[in-house]
Design a binder for this molecule. Sequence first.
Ligand SMILES: NC(=O)c1ccc[n+]([C@@H]2O[C@H](COP(=O)([O-])OP(=O)(O)OC[C@H]3O[C@@H](n4cnc5c(N)ncnc54)[C@H](O)[C@@H]3O)[C@@H](O)[C@H]2O)c1
Length: 378
Amino acid sequence: MPRKALRIGMIGYGFMGRAHSNAYRKVNNFFDLEYVPVLQAVCGRNAEKTRAFAETWGYASTERDWKKLIARDDIDAVDICVPNDLHMEIAIAAARAGKAILCEKPLARTTKEGEAMVKAVEKAKVPNTVWYNYRRVPAVSLIQQVVAKGTLGKIFHYRANFLQDWTINPDVPQGGAGTWRLDVDAAGSGVTGDLLAHCVDTALWINGSISSLTAMTETFVKKRKHADTGKVQEVGIDDAAGVLCRFGNGSLGMFESTRYARGHKALYTLEINGEHGSLAWNLHDLNYVQFFDHKTEGRMRGWTSILVTDGEHPYLGRWWVPGLSIGYEHSFIHQLADFLEGLSTGKPAAPTFRDALETTRVCDAIIKSGKSQKWVTL
Ligand SMILES: NC(=O)c1ccc[n+]([C@@H]2O[C@H](COP(=O)([O-])OP(=O)(O)OC[C@H]3O[C@@H](n4cnc5c(N)ncnc54)[C@H](O)[C@@H]3O)[C@@H](O)[C@H]2O)c1
């Protein structure tokens, strides 16, 4: 197949910068694609660290100002791997410059920002995606396919949790490198936009739209020192959120997210219950789907643990042999492969900015309901 280069300009080289760079380097080794990402430039504010990152991952050049990176005509696609307060400004500038855009989640801090981003990419007609990578864990993709096939029949419940424990210590600062997630100005919200957004994105994909919700949110540590100013300031983020919702298909949803669940580092779990069966998954056992099939003969009926590593499972035909597992980083490779395939077919891979805006809308409604203690209709 004749190959086309997609010259990447990546902004930010932290956690996601590494996850994405790994995907750019591997994707063509495992997927037959027309497009080949070329690591053209990485942008960071610290020249030395940016150069070191470029050397480690093989980026051809570095920039210190994202505006300069976007202005370059040897960049085809901009990858936004910076804190949430920069997503809108960078995405709109990149769209205006005619670049394809891969943006980290959440799309934006607010629905208003997200709407402006959707408008910009749709006006400029540039390919776009948001890195809600958990859709591309093969076991999660399998659950989506089984539910879409109607195997579970009428759906009654969808529940998901995302639990962590890293902010219990009140001495953890807000703002600054590594702790920008605790600063509401940088992050937009706390666990809702950071963790629950993943649960909401997957839920919307598997179980359809959410029509109304009510939430309780809490900020357990009310004041923290700001890493940039050194001042002790009010904390504006939600530390924990619990959500009850109704889906458009008549089912009920329950979501929980917190950074105060002592002992949990990144436990994302989901379960869906239907008339004929149930499916469940958790991130700590990411290659397994749990399935209860009520159609099985009564005395043999029970939860089945399905190891998702066969060639017929989503994406697995591209990897090793049945029985050999893959990991977290592969979800990014899969999303990139789908994005690149979408460039060739002209059928954009979901979630696009427009798809991800729906998740931001739900997250905004959660924050609003948490404050008002009232149901919100979407
Ligand atoms: N898909 C996922 O599962 C997932 C996981 C983690 C983070 N994220 C998202 O990815 C984004 C980045 O998070 P992270 O964990 O990689 O954060 P990080 O703190 O590890 O990295 C952020 C990077 O942005 C850089 N940066 C900040 N301001 C900048 C500026 N003005 N110009 C250039 N670079 C700048 C920082 O120097 C750093 O390199 C966030 O939107 C976050 O929500 C998504």
